[in-house]
Design a protein around this ligand. Structure first.
Ligand SMILES: C[S@@+](CC[C@H](N)C(=O)[O-])C[C@H]1O[C@@H](n2cnc3c(N)ncnc32)[C@H](O)[C@@H]1O
Length: 433
């Protein structure tokens, strides 16, 4: 490997370690050692060594279905996984194979890594990349990860590198009693990387609880464990996420074919039409604000059946590209923006930043309404923002998530502010202490 490639790899590793302040020296060493560009052939090394997620496959509607995740979140999740040499690890979502190589570097020759992907083309590529980088001992399997991989169980650690809305019973069954499972869990549109451990390792089949939670944003799992949420493409590059998969507000429309081009075109037309702007008067920390996206996102997730998200992706480096729907969105990066809102059959209201012209650096939140019910929805969204601020701007500090297997005799503890999510495999209780 040339000095230049080694230097790029070192710079990326140093930046990720500094930004994340991960505690695992072994994970840090893996970042320094494993060459990411070998897992992204066809991309210039300068791109492979950016601290960005890199989409490697899209479906027919243009939605990303595979990527090499952003190195920062990969490092954080591997730190959450509490990896050690000799462990047997199951990864769901092999993708390029890069994360499996990082895990293999940490667990070493006495450990064992099994990585599952649902997509045969990606499995073939991951095997090639791993072999080229010297990690042929990683087993890559083509299967729906919902079934785990019983042939190599039991596992000390299980990690999903694709967004889930449930824990597959197979993962729990194939794990040792002291296992740790790390997944990007969807909480009605708000994603958190959660490290779960059994509450009582001596109680197989009992509840699991979160030991750490970190904001994240992963593409969603396909196959039998796909969650209820649906992503609707409204216009090229513009998508809407419905956390429950249905359009609330109109009893006649609940469960209707909201993927239909008519509904998508209707919503896109509403967004392109006139709007009303409701200042909430609430000041926030500014663009890129996790406070708004995860704090307010969880607030809406727990209280609002009409909550939704909008995301816009624009070709990187093309500020002249069509779009610009979500300028002012609370969260964004190079080429993408995302915001929260309320949606029902009579319109849509979304959050947008408004800069204070008299006070540089100060931003407030506005609710922007579209469609016949624009005023009411913007007022409702404003009321939520103000109530969240008055209640102390709750975020993910003090947040806990308990997971009760369906087969467990235990029930989620009743609590006034707990959000209970009923899923096929688990019942989740999401609450603040
Ligand atoms: C973000 S990518 C994983 C990135 C990967 N760990 C890496 O290092 O490149 C998510 C992957 O999950 C896979 N996936 C989606 N649904 C799946 C399922 N049900 N079972 C297994 N893999 C799945 C996708 O095909 C995709 O490759």
């Amino acid at each position: 490997m040339t000095d230049e490639l080694a230097q790029m790899r070192e710079q990326l590793a140093a930046r990720v370690v500094a930004d994340t302040r991960i505690s695992s020296e072994r994970v840090a060493a893996a970042l320094y050692a494993v060459p990411r560009h070998l897992f992204l052939p066809g991309r210039p090394p300068e791109v492979a060594y950016q601290n960005d997620a890199i989409v490697t496959k899209r479906d027919e509607t243009g939605q990303p279905i595979s990527s090499s995740s952003q190195p920062t979140i990969m490092a954080i999740m591997l730190d959450q996984l509490d990896l050690a040499p000799g462990q047997r690890v199951l990864e769901i979502g092999a993708g390029t194979g890069y994360n499996a190589a990082l895990i293999s570097h940490v667990v070493g020759p006495s450990g064992q890594v099994t990585s599952v992907d649902i997509d045969p083309e990606l499995v073939g590529q991951a095997r090639e990349h791993l072999a080229r980088a010297g990690f042929s001992d990683v087993t890559v399997v083509c299967a729906d990860g919902a079934g785990g991989y019983p042939e190599r169980a039991p596992y000390d650690r299980v990690i999903a590198t694709v967004g889930v809305s449930d824990l597959a019973p197979a993962w729990l069954e194939q794990a040792v009693p002291q296992a740790r499972i790390v997944v990007p869990l969807d909480v009605r549109g708000t994603q958190l990387c959660v490290a779960f451990e059994p509450v009582d390792p001596a109680d197989p089949g009992g509840p699991w609880t979160s030991r750490s939670l970190v904001p994240c944003g992963f593409m969603r799992m396909r196959g039998s464990l796909a969650g209820p949420e649906r992503i609707v493409t409204l216009a090229p590059g513009l998508s809407l996420l419905l956390p429950d998969g249905t359009l609330p507000g109109d009893p006649d429309r609940d469960g209707a074919d909201i993927d239909g081009p008519v509904m998508a075109a209707l919503l896109a037309a509403l967004l392109a039409g006139p709007s009303v702007r409701h200042p909430t008067g609430i000041r926030v920390t500014g663009p890129g604000s996790a406070e708004v996206f995860w704090g307010l996102g969880l607030w809406l997730a727990a209280r609002e059946p009409r909550s939704c998200r909008l995301g816009e992706e624009r070709p990187s480096g093309r500020s002249d590209a069509p779009g610009g729907w979500l300028t002012g969105a609370p969260l964004g990066g190079p080429g993408w923006h995302t915001t929260l809102g309320l949606l029902d059959a009579g319109g849509l209201a979304i959050l947008s930043f408004a800069a204070d012209p008299d006070r540089p650096g100060v931003v407030t939140l506005d609710a922007v309404g579209f469609g016949p019910l624009a005023v009411r929805l913007a007022a409702d969204l404003t009321a939520h923002v103000q109530a969240w601020a008055e209640a102390g701007r709750q975020g993910i500090e003090g947040l806990h998530i308990d997971a009760y297997p369906r087969s467990s005799p235990h029930d989620p503890r009743p609590s006034a502010d707990a959000l209970i999510m009923q899923r096929p495999g688990m019942r989740f209780a999401v609450y603040h202490d």
